[in-house]
Design a protein around this ligand. Structure first.
Ligand code: ZN
Length: 415
């Protein structure tokens, strides 16, 4: 199973919008950008919503059948580890091996020395084709990088072998992710991480490093854009060299755990992958659920009332809802509109405050992020929320499709 050059990870909290999401991907094909869809959902999301990996598989299959999609598609067991992987086994064919928490964990002295013996050939001046200046790699820095990442990659190998045993080699796609950490991995660290991945024989087809800057959920990139450009370009060149030099799949590419809506850096990523003829996997977060709420607000009446109730409840439960997402949101509570104020709004105002249109006078990043993490409130409403979304499925689907195609894919590919 070989992942295509361009793949797009669509999360869908409530598993209602598979068709609308797939329609956006279809539009990309019509525009000459052959993206394949990957439905991704993590264990954390399943637990909060009380859904199961089988639901995601069902949603994907249903959308594919309904639209007669005859290109590949995948279901991603997002951010799994050795403890959580089993419930996904039967339903996923894409596995994101998340080993961020094992960064800094140690391996045995023998394992360490084995790796260092292999890595030693890259000490001294390391010249990566396309990167102007060589990197200076001392034995000490090799030891330091191995100390940081070898334990994590060894864990990834453990999870990979476990999946391989159950599903069989070649029957699934593996991604290695280390993105959910504070400190970015530099391009030279990525080089050695890839050497470790090769050393442990993990045929990873995508790699998700932590990039410089903040990738908050559902809002734009915050950070040094020029630094990001430099790192991203070097990462592409590092991967190119690693694929030619190490034992790794030739389609290995970067996976960007974008958290959605990284409008400032999408054009940069698009420009650079085109410059080098590279592929990309863009994983988006569950912002489809925000489009569901925008659709409800625009529908007016009871649907708008429900959207307001969800905000009001989320406002009162800020601390509890934000806690699991602490490292990936930035909300200034003092700027949030009071629920009593929101009660006076019409649907257009609610939608414009929530919808991410940079520069729009009503757009409010804090309001958006709070609702983004507030999906738990909607989940608790259970069937009444789902029934409302289904009742207004046309207007909701239109929002979902426009969001993915117009605000994400078009920005990446300058369509
Ligand atoms: Zn991630």
């Amino acid at each position: 199973m070989k992942l295509d050059k361009y793949s797009f990870g669509v999360g869908d909290r409530f598993a209602q919008q598979g068709e609308a999401q797939l329609k956006a991907i279809k539009k990309a094909w019509e525009a000459g950008i052959p993206f394949v869809p990957v439905w991704n959902k993590s264990n954390r999301e399943h637990q909060i919503i009380h859904s199961s990996p089988a639901d995601t598989r069902r949603e994907a299959d249903k959308a594919v059948t309904a639209l007669g999609w005859d290109h590949p598609y995948y279901v991603d067991a997002d951010h799994i580890n050795i403890v959580t992987v089993n419930s996904f086994m039967e339903h996923s064919d894409f596995f994101t091996l998340d080993v961020a928490e094992y960064i800094g964990s140690q391996v045995s002295t023998d394992e360490m020395e084995d790796f260092l013996a292999v890595a030693d050939q890259y000490s001294g001046e390391l010249q990566i084709p396309g990167i102007k200046d060589p990197f200076h790699i001392s034995l000490e820095s090799l030891r330091e990088m191995a100390g940081k990442f070898l334990g994590a990659v060894a864990k990834a190998a453990g999870i990979y072998r476990h999946i391989e045993e159950k599903k069989g080699a070649g029957n699934f796609i593996a991604e290695v992710s280390m993105d959910e950490v504070e400190t970015a991995q530099t391009p030279v660290e990525l080089f050695f991480i890839l050497l470790m991945i090769s050393h442990y024989h993990i045929p990873a087809q995508t790699i998700a490093p932590k990039f410089t800057g903040r990738f908050n959920k559902g809002v734009d990139y915050v950070g040094d854009v020029e630094q990001f450009r430099l790192e991203f370009e070097q990462d592409l060149l590092v991967i190119d060299f690693a694929v030619k030099t190490f034992d790794l799949p030739d389609n290995l590419k970067l996976s960007i755990h974008s958290g959605s809506d990284k409008f400032t850096i999408y054009p940069i990523m698009g420009e650079l992958i085109r410059k080098y003829g590279k592929g990309i996997h863009v994983k988006t977060a569950g912002t489809t659920w925000l489009e569901e709420l925008i659709g409800l607000a625009l529908a007016g009446g009871d649907a708008l009332e429900m959207a307001k109730t969800i905000y009001s409840k989320a406002y009162c439960r800020q601390e509890e809802l934000c806690r699991p997402y602490e490292t990936v949101i930035d909300i200034d509570p003092d700027t949030l509109p009071l629920p009593t104020e929101v009660d006076q709004w019409d649907g257009e105002k609610f939608a414009a405050t929530l919808r991410h249109v940079p520069g729009h006078p009503d757009y409010h990043a804090g309001f958006r992020q709070l609702i983004h993490v507030g999906y738990k409130v909607a989940a608790e409403m259970g069937d009444s929320f789902l029934a409302m979304v289904q009742e207004h499925s046309d207007i909701v689907a239109e929002q979902v499709m426009t969001n993915i195609y117009d605000r994400h894919i078009k920005r990446l590919f300058k369509i």
